[in-house]
Write a protein that binds this ligand. Structure first.
Ligand code: MN
Length: 714
């Protein structure tokens, strides 16, 4: 890989520094400058005893900028141990090995990490690659540093073989569950390794890039570490899509080359003037998009205009100023309202906050604008890295982000203990084999955002976008969700396959007995690893259920017994011969329903329930009403419709309930399932019409059945 390719953003940055408008947050540029300086400085030879070694002085400088009171002596001790123990080891590039932990530590220092993280970062490869033991780290630097170093130390290949990589990630994620700083170090470690990947064989580059894409980048996104995420994305892009990368690089070079008119800078000036005139103190910056972002916007818009190569970033002091800026922009420019998003009122799950909008430039080009406070900017760039110790013990702990009240909803507002991580740690326990864990992990992380649904009883559930009621059931009830029969979404009965939207209220209906289990079809509706793993395990333990066909037949199933007579009906016909009276098929009246009779062709009489819609129709047709009444015999025929969620054995259970209630099935129709809901229609012969309410109750009690009613129309 060329030197340029190892650092793809540098071309864009270098090309635009002479425009007079600040292009990017100061932190990003510092991060890169100091990162390179550290690599050079590390070879500068032994340090004087009375001050920090030169190689670590850049780390110290960066650390002091965020934490003026920090105790630097511990960093010096860590550096001395790391340097002496790695001495004689070299990177594949030929540089002394110590350049690697130094560069990783600088990345973290620039993002505002606290001292414990930096100490552990300097030592992060010692236990894995040198004679230093974990006990020694613990004795010299304390439990927290030892915990972090252990968290990022690989499991032994000799013990795990091919499973070493998945098991290393599993170990790291479990350690991250108790201290998110483990993942901060891992992300910075991977960033530096990706920056220097060019020395590896192409196959190895591609393999590492894919794991970075599937696992590390989603983790950086979820932990809100935008600065690391964007650079990792570009590095992966260059390796896995070299042609698109080259096209994008050429487009950026052309658009930002000297002599090109700078469309965004002109809009930035204009916006700055508007805000000054409105008396709003704000910094207006042009932020170049990273390569992958330019590539995405090119795919979205088809072609690129000058304003597509970056966005405007407006930084203000107070939350309220964000809305003031928005108001001015929407007044003085033409806003594209569809692009407006308020991530301040509704922060993303990773704590990202900003207002997003877009305005039309005078030439019609679209300019995307991000509006945020300085604090929001820091959180957006550094995410959890800047949040300090999750234990709250670090003396120089960074000021925690002031989000919404954490008590309100722990899921969203404690970024050091995110809900998605807790769920991931839950399901990984049920995935003992490394292959299942590894594929489930990548599938889980591939979901790019979360939704929050409200539980009908209390509380909320955080789920990946695209989750269904099946996922909600397992997220809320664990293995008890095997007995799930159905769900109400926003108060309405909904099939388990229903895809939930952010803000939906979901109530899960569980069978009281333990007979029912998940159907194989649930796997089609389960998107979360927790649900998939639990359903698969149950089906493996119950092969007879897995082998069953769908819960209900695919084609309508009808059975009909002989048509014996219904309840006794009489028509009172003055000066006319008696006529046979039949219960109308549309509403199947039974005693003691109020009934209305009509004479129909052929001379017979049909009796409808008085409320049946057919009665109105007959009146409009001018059909004569015939007085009808029930006879003495109590037996009757009735048609009932049972609405239910499909499951194996449902038909058997329903007919059993009907027989137990003393009714006889005259005919039955089972419609093919529609999104797991099935409709059974039974025409039943009862010996006593008074038993009808009991019969309907017995049918409703069958697990899976949520409604039983009389038909109005067959
Ligand atoms: Mn490392």
């Amino acid at each position: 890989m060329s030197a340029e390719a190892t650092n793809p953003v540098s071309a864009a940055e270098a090309a635009v520094t002479d425009t007079g408008v600040r292009r990017r947050g100061r932190a990003r540029l510092e991060l890169r400058r100091i990162g390179r300086a550290a690599l050079l400085g590390a070879t500068a030879g032994p340090a004087p005893r009375d001050r920090l070694p030169d190689a670590i002085s850049h780390v110290a400088e960066a650390h002091r900028a965020h934490h003026p009171e920090a105790d630097l002596s511990v960093l010096r001790r860590a550096y001395v141990l790391a340097e002496s123990s790695h001495r004689g080891q070299f990177r594949k590039s030929g540089e002394p090995y110590i350049t690697h932990p130094l560069a990783v530590t600088l990345i973290l220092a620039e993002l505002g990490a606290e001292t414990v993280t930096l100490t552990a970062s300097l030592l992060h490869d010692t236990v894995e690659d040198t004679e230093v033991t974990l006990d020694q780290v613990r004795r010299e630097f304390g439990d927290e540093v030892a915990y972090l170093v252990d968290g990022v130390t690989k499991v032994e290949k000799i013990d795990y073989g091919a499973a070493a990589e998945p098991e290393t990630f599993r170990k790291m994620l479990v350690a991250t569950g108790d201290d998110v700083r483990v993942m901060s170090i891992k992300l910075a470690d991977r960033l530096h390794n990706m920056r220097t990947l060019g020395v590896m064989r192409p196959e190895k580059q591609a393999r590492i890039a894919k794991v970075t894409r599937d696992v590390l980048i989603p983790l950086a996104e979820r932990l809100g570490v935008q600065a690391l995420k964007t650079e990792l994305e570009d590095l992966v892009f260059a390796i896995l899509h070299p042609e698109e990368y080259e096209t994008t690089r050429a487009l950026i070079a052309e658009a930002t080359g000297s002599g090109s008119p700078d469309a965004l800078a002109a809009v930035a000036e204009h916006v700055g003037t508007v805000l000054r005139e409105a008396d709003i103190a704000a910094e207006v910056l042009v932020r170049p998009r990273h390569f992958v972002s330019v590539h995405r916007v090119r795919l979205k818009r088809g072609e690129l205009r000058g304003c597509d190569f970056g966005r405007l970033l407006v930084l203000v002091a107070e939350d309220a100023d964000c809305y003031a800026v928005l108001g001015e922009l929407h007044t003085c420019f033409t806003p594209l309202i569809s692009e407006f998003k308020d991530f301040i009122a509704a922060p993303k799950f990773n704590l990202y906050q900003s207002l997003h909008t877009a305005i039309a430039a005078p030439d019609g080009a679209v300019v995307e604008v991000l509006i945020r406070t300085h604090r929001m900017h820091k959180v957006a760039e550094a995410g959890v890295v800047a949040l300090g110790s999750p234990h709250g013990t670090a003396p120089d702990q960074a000021e925690p982000a002031e989000g919404p009240d954490p008590a309100e909803d722990g899921e969203r507002t404690d970024p050091t203990r995110p809900g998605w991580l807790a769920r991931l740690l839950d399901w990984q326990e049920s995935a003992p084999d490394p292959d299942t864990f590894w594929s489930s992990l990548r599938a889980d992380l591939a979901e790019d955002h979360e939704i929050t649904v409200f539980r009908a009883d209390a509380g909320t559930l955080g789920l990946p976008a695209g989750s269904t009621c099946v996922d909600a059931a397992y997220a809320q009830h664990g293995e008890a969700a095997h007995a799930c029969l159905g769900a109400r979404v926003n108060g309405r009965l909904a099939p388990l396959s229903t895809v939930l939207a952010d803000g939906d209220t979901v109530q899960l209906l569980l069978a009281q007995d333990s007979h029912s289990g998940p159907s194989p079809q649930w796997l089609d509706h389960a998107r979360t690893p927790a649900a998939r793993i639990a359903i698969t395990a149950w089906l493996q333990a119950h092969p007879e259920a897995a082998a069953q066909p769908a819960a209900a037949p695919r084609a309508p199933l009808s059975v009909a017994a002989d048509r014996s007579s219904g309840a006794e009906l009489h028509a009172d016909l003055d000066g006319a011969p008696p006529a046979p009276v039949r219960p109308a098929g549309c509403c199947t009246p039974v005693p003691p329903d109020t009934i209305t009779g009509f004479r129909v062709r052929g001379g017979s009489v049909t009796a409808h329930r008085t409320g049946c819609p057919a009665v109105d129709v007959m009146h409009r047709l001018g059909r004569a009403v015939v007085p009808v009444r029930w006879g003495d015999a109590a037996h009757c025929r009735v048609t009932l419709v049972a609405e239910s969620f499909g499951r194996p054995g449902l038909l058997a259970d329903l007919t059993e309930a009907i027989a137990t209630a003393g009714a006889e099935v005259v005919s039955a129709t089972v419609e093919p399932p529609n999104e797991q809901r099935v409709r059974h229609t039974y025409t039943l012969q009862l010996t006593d019409a008074a038993e009808l309410p009991n019969l309907m109750r017995a049918m409703r009690d069958v697990p899976g059945v949520y409604d039983v009613g009389r038909t109005h129309r067959l």
